[in-house]
Design a binder for this molecule. Structure first.
Ligand code: NAD
Length: 439
């Protein structure tokens, strides 16, 4: 098969080596819109060079193309290739939008050409060993896949990864496809249950958690992270119903940076050749994975709770008056507000309770008094804030009682026991912090 490679960036060398090592494949053309990237292919290399993929496709020099392009470019170039009667091996994700993936599948059917997504982790030898070891997916209690890296260590000079229009998002669309596909080869088809994203900057998320379920009911968690301090963690752990725990570390046995990719990309090209020979009988998993990614964004981008995104500056409130009493029938009332603005220099009263008030109007009887504290800077105190004093966690803000307003609020703090200043050995001047809960 005569192959053209379109896009000569970071991942292209793994394909080029795999093509060179495969006796059934011949590299006949390459394309990159950046002419400098073509410099490695001299006139006498036997490889034609192009800066426009349409010229490469019209050259008659290729039976198939490998697409190693920014995510948002896959749909257009793959469609051009299929229309030109050329088989396509496309880097993941097949497309950013599911509608484009469906269009490509229809084009592939019409043209009688193969459309194949290069999910390299399904060929990882440690993942393959895990798949064999696990065998029957109905014996699985649950599965966890972690896919973490520092994205800057994996990108080239182009910054499209950080541009929502070109990349489609962050770690969900970048690492999600390989993680989801590898998991799918162990437990079968997946249904998305929930998705949470975090550390979102200009539409690009740096961490995410996906909750899924396989057709046979196995719960699956996929944890994605683009912001490890350095290095990579890429593994799958399978917890069996019999209490067994089996794992595949995708990088074990491959100490060099990205060194596992050589055997994975060699297997991609061998499998691509094979599925081209199958013709219509082959069904690509690409659109199913695009669908999961699209659904994950639809859920996660609507949700308020986000991972790892601090949103308020730390503030300190110093105790100016300690209180030592407690009451069993105080009769405070939860106000309707989940948060209250507090101005610099304001004083508010801190009240612990074991009543766990959660709705507006809830009566609060079992209370202990810590004292009054002066806020050093303006802030927003909100339900769920963790209250800390001298490094000791006191409890979490439940809400507010306004019986003394406008003099001050009673800030209600959920605690396991009713506590007073005495119980916590509080001193005048001690600093209290209100830390937001960030998962
Ligand atoms: N980098 C990785 O570790 C990695 C791993 C697995 C999959 N992938 C996937 O591979 C694809 C490419 O990623 P990359 O990291 O190699 O990107 P890259 O930015 O390093 O390379 C992309 C190349 O495409 C060229 N290009 C852009 N638009 C073009 C166009 N219209 N016509 C011709 N050339 C064009 C750019 O000049 C660049 O050389 C992405 O879909 C990515 O998700 C990357």
């Amino acid at each position: 098969m005569r192959i053209g490679v379109i896009g000569l960036g970071v991942i292209a060398p793994y394909f080029l080596r795999a093509i060179e090592d495969d006796e059934h494949l011949t590299l006949t053309a390459v394309c990159d819109r950046n002419e400098a990237k073509l410099a490695d292919f001299s006139d006498d290399s036997g490889v034609a060079t192009y800066t426009d993929h349409r010229e490469l496709l019209a050259s008659g020099l290729v039976d198939a193309v490998v697409l190693t392009l920014p995510n948002a470019v896959h749909a257009e170039v793959a469609a051009d290739a299929l229309r030109a009667g050329v088989h396509v091996c496309c880097e993941k994700p097949m497309t950013v939008h599911l509608a484009d993936a469906h269009e490509l599948m229809a084009l592939a059917r019409q043209s009688g050409r193969t459309l194949f997504t290069a999910f390299h982790r399904r060929y990882n030898r440690n993942v393959a060993a895990l798949r064999l070891g696990v065998g029957d997916p109905t014996a699985i209690e649950r599965l966890v896949c972690r896919y973490s890296e520092r994205i800057e260590e994996h990108t080239g000079s182009e910054a499209w990864y950080l541009d929502q229009d070109l990349g489609g998002g962050g770690c969900v669309i970048d690492n999600g496809p390989n993680a989801l596909d590898a998991v799918r080869t162990i437990v079968g088809e997946l249904e998305l249950i929930d998705a949470t994203i975090g550390d979102v900057r200009r539409g690009v998320e740096f961490c995410a958690e996906l909750e899924l379920r396989s057709a046979s009911g196995v719960p699956v968690t996929v944890e994605l992270d683009w912001a490890l301090p350095s290095g990579e963690v890429k593994d799958i752990t399978v917890y069996g119903k019999d209490g067994s725990v089996r794992s595949a570390d995708m990088l074990a046995g491959f100490p060099g940076f990205k060194s596992s990719l050589d055997h994975e990309y060699a297997a991609i090209m061998a499998d691509f050749r094979h599925v081209v020979s199958l013709g219509d009988a082959y069904t690509d998993a690409g659109p199913d994975i695009v669908a999961l990614v699209e659904q994950a964004y639809a859920i996660a981008r609507r949700k308020e709770p986000r991972l790892r995104m601090p949103s308020k500056r730390p503030t300190v409130a110093r105790l100016v008056k300690l209180l030592f009493h407690r009451r069993d029938e105080r009769g405070m009332t939860m106000s309707p507000w989940l948060s209250r603005c507090v101005r610099q220099g304001e004083l508010h009263e801190l009240v612990t309770t074991t009543d766990q008030p959660s709705r507006p109007g809830d009566r609060v009887d079992a209370v202990g008094f810590l004292g009054f504290a002066e806020f050093a800077t303006a802030t927003v105190v909100q339900r769920g804030d963790v209250v800390v004093c001298n490094g000791q966690r006191i409890g979490t803000v439940a809400g507010f009682d306004e019986c003394h307003w406008p003099n001050h609020y009673n800030i209600l703090i959920d605690t396991e026991r009713v506590l007073t200043a005495e119980d916590l050995n509080l001193q005048v001047g001690d600093p209290l912090q209100f830390l937001e809960t960030v998962r």
